[in-house]
Every structure is written in C-alpha cells, then in structure tokens.
Design a protein around this ligand. Sequence first.
Ligand code: ATP
Ligand code: MN
Length: 478
Amino acid sequence: MAKRTKIKDILKGGFEGQEVTVKGWVKTFRNNQFIALNDGSSMSNLQIVVDFENEDPSKLKRITTSAAISIEGTVIASQGKGQAFEVTAKTIEILGDSDPEKYPLQPKKHSLEFLREIAHLRFRTNTFNAVFKIRHHLAIAIHQFFHEKGFVYMHSPIITGSDAEGAGEMFKVTTLPFDKTPRTEGGEVDFKKDFFGKATNLTVSGQLEAELAALAFSEVYTFGPTFRAENSNTSRHLAEFWMIEPEVAFADIHDNMDLAEALLKYTISHVVENCPEELAFLEQRLSDEEKQKPQHERSDMTLRDKLNFCVNNEFQRLTYTEAIEILKNSNPNKKGKFQYPINEWGADLQSEHERYLVEKHFNKPVILTNYPKEIKAFYMRMDDDNKTVAAMDILFPGIGEIVGGSQREERLDKLMARMDEMHIPHHELEWFLDTRRFGTCPHAGFGLGFERLVLFVTGMTNIRDVIPFPRYPGSAEF
Ligand code: ATP
Ligand code: MN
C-alpha cells in the first residue's frame, strides 16, 4: 500500500509542496469541492480540494459522509479560513462507500444515549475521539507513573476461585448445562463436575492476589477489568470496569494516601500537558452543557480550571469521625435536606454526604480515613481503639468516591478474629492467610476506578460514555 501520511502530521506543517497520500473518512463534502477528511489521528479535519470539473461525476457522488477514501495530492498553504494547510487532490479512490440514504447520523448534535447504540459511528464523533484519546493517555500515564517508581505490573486473574472478597455481587463462570445441572446427593449444584472442578466467578478486585505479590516484590500494581453484578443503575457504576490496584509492602496508611494523591496528580497533569486539543473541545462541550442548567447549579470553573485546581492543591485529609461532626452540624442536615439524615457516629456515608463535604464544605478533593470497622472490609487494619480501621477513601468533586483503600491487617490473629465476626470461612482463604503466616509485614494499597478518573478528567457526566463498550444492567450490546 502507498505510504500514508497522517493528517495530524500534515496539519503540524513541514509538508508544504510535497506529494502525499492521505486516507480517512469523509466528515463533510461541500460544494462538490471541499472534503473535510478525518483519520482519527487528530480531532481537526484536513481540507481536500477537489478539481470537480475534471473529475468523474459518478465518483463525486460517492464522496459521502463517513465513506472511506484515499487521496493522492499536494500539500499547499490554505487560502481559506480555519486551516493553515490543505491538499489539492490528484487522484481520489473510494475505499468504502457509505450510503447516505441509510447513514444513521445527521449533521447535527446527537444525544450520547443514541450514540451508545451505534458503536461503530460513536468512535467517529468529536466527543468520543476526545474521550478515548484521553482515556488512552491516562492509561499510559498510570503505567509510566508506576514504572518510574519501580513497581511491578502484576496481572491478576479475571476468573477467580475465591468468592470471599466481598467487594460486590459476582458473575458466575460455568460450563455446566442449565437444563441438566449435575447435583450432589444433597441436591446442591455439583461444581466438582464443572470446568474448574469448583465454583468460579469473574473477579471483583485483584487486591488479594496483589497482596501475595506485594509480599514478595514490595511494590506491585494491577490494572485490569473487574466485574460487579450489582444492580446499580447509576451514572457512576458499570458492571464491567477497569481498576488500578497498587499494593505496597512496608507502607502504612499515610504512605498509601501520599501514593494515591501523587498518582492522581501525575495522571491529571499528564493529560493537561499532552491533550490540549481534546481538553479544549471537552471544556467547550461542558460549558455548553452548563448553560442548560439553572444559574445556581453552574460551576464557575472551566474543565481545565478544575483539573489544575486538583493538581495544585493538597487534598483535604480528615477522619470519618471529624467528617461526621461536620455533617451533623451542616445546614442541609439541620434543615432536613439530606435523604439520609446524619444522627450518629457509625452511619455509612451516602453520595449526598460525600458531595456535601467535597463540593460545599471543603471545595476540593477530600481523603476520609479511619472509618468504623462495621462498614468496611475484613482485611482492613484495626486501629488501636478497636472501633475504626485504617481505611482511606478519596472523594472527588462531581464524582464522589474515586479511590478506596486501606492499610491491611497484617496480624494473623486479628485478621482471623475479624473474619469470624463477619462470618467469612477461613478455608476459602487459606492461601491468603498464609501471607500472614510466613513473613507478614505492614502493607497497604488501594483501588482506583479507572472510568471514574476518565469521567473526572473529561468532564463527561455518565460513566457509560467513557468506556468503549459499556456493560450495565440490561445492556451488553456488541
Ligand atoms: P461505590 O461506593 O462508589 O460503589 P465501592 O466502595 O464499591 O464504590 P471499592 O470496592 O472500594 O468501591 O472499589 C474501588 C474503586 O473502584 C472505587 O473507589 C471506584 O472508583 C471504583 N468502582 C467501584 N465500583 C464500581 C463500578 N461498579 N463501576 C465503576 N467503578 C467502580
Ligand atoms: Mn460499590
């Protein structure tokens, strides 16, 4: 195939007077003369000027929106407004037609919900071009951050034989037939006859596996898909989402907070530096959307203001107990505005409380620590008061919880006592308990929800619009 020059490179300059081959999809074709061509390398289109008087009319008819074409031509300085360079076409080849009668997108703004239903064209819109470029840059920045610090990228399994993690409802993995399920004498499903010889599920978290690796490599992280069969139809939950889970030996909860804050700041500034075009577009999109809202709900910060604010300010750190005091005495609580009023210590915080703390009271990212043991997982380290555990959640404006983590309980007796209190059978987790039997040590880690980070950085409002193929209750298209 003829060597293709990317549109991004042509628009950067340095090709003037040169013959190039460009390939891409037609955005628009005006006056039988001007093609706006996009190849995904840049959000900007390349203008192709067609010598329509000397071109076969039947070919011109096939230059329709979304058709794939290949152009050979010369790069020249553009006379028109809006672009510095354009290409005058010498030959035009239609690679793939796009029938305008059947093409589902009109040249107007479509709802994000509608676009979700046409996965192939969704990628060709400006919004999703920007979102998925930023998603890519965030993923790279995350690997870069950990790699530079000497962490080992550890692949935790997607199919797991342990169902005791308790992070959420699990999807079962089985090859047993539904109609003739083998049964034990007692009438239970006989998983010994199943593919793995036992019941298996899709993972809800790679943490326990990461703990094993951390107690050998000192510093590891996972970055992979996780699955939760929770029926939470919200703008912040997916049934399949990606999670980053660092786990660090010889670290306490304070080291853990420092690491999480540094990771978030590093990745956000990476996007600010590397994706100016995408951010400018999404910022405009967000501000257009804000204009639809009533005055008092509008933000006075632009998208990039928000990102920079987050990078340049220390996250507010406070304990759960301090947060409860603030919430108890808050105006919305006193005026009965919370759906779940805060009356006493021990209450689980709902998203309305998290948002109050982050968006009204502190007006910046918040790290909440030392939650009551009753509302947190069994593996979190017991504090000296025997009431709270060394948990830490990071709450972000507009998002709520973005990170959940803790210092882990490294003392075998305390860990087993906690499992007993929570009715978690030991035999399921002997392999995990062994880490506490053979060279245990203080260690800590957290889970960062990748899509929640993408949501924050792109300023999108629904988590379904920041993952290429969203899975949520009632929907697993494509
Ligand atoms: P939430 O209270 O928001 O449901 P969680 O307490 O269940 O979160 P963890 O189990 O601590 O969350 O998971 C770690 C991180 O994974 C969360 O901080 C969040 O960023 C992300 N996360 C959790 N559940 C989902 C989900 N269903 N979809 C997308 N991201 C999620
Ligand atoms: Mn949850």
